[in-house]
Design a protein around this ligand. Structure first.
Ligand code: ZN
Length: 127
């Protein structure tokens, strides 16, 4: 019944590490991702899930590390994973939890970059 998502998590992690210039960890969780429930140890720069992406993803980061949280119950496709990770990466790069025009431009740019790098890598190594 359920389809396994065959996502190359390690590749996404490496792409995000390059983009964000930090150690990156991607965590899949079944917890609801709200501002309060992402009570990680690093409280600085905690970005709440966005309106459109509510409960799909969240991020906690400092200057050295970033932890991307994905709601395993809500992430249904490769495209959704990339969208959610790009969304959170945009918060990191802008150091801003808001969703204004600048954010939307950065999110779009990062979606494109992550997709290009992700599929490029797959083509190079999965023949
Ligand atoms: Zn957001």
């Amino acid at each position: 019944m359920s389809e396994t998502l065959k996502i190359k998590w390690g590749r996404l992690e490496r792409i995000l590490e390059d983009l964000c210039d930090r150690i990156v960890n991607i965590t899949l969780t079944t917890h609801e991702l709200t501002f309060m429930s992402t009570a990680l140890t690093w409280q600085n720069n905690l970005a709440a899930p966005g309106r459109g992406e509510e409960s799909v993803s969240a991020v906690s980061f400092n200057e050295i590390e970033a932890e991307f949280l994905l709601n395993a119950k809500r992430v249904k496709s490769e495209n959704m994973v990339i969208r959610a990770l790009a969304h959170e990466a945009a918060h990191i790069l802008l150091k801003d939890p808001s969703h204004g025009t600048l954010f939307k431009e950065k999110w779009k740019e990062l979606r494109k970059i992550i997709k290009e790098k992700y599929y490029e890598t797959l083509e190079d190594t999965d023949k």
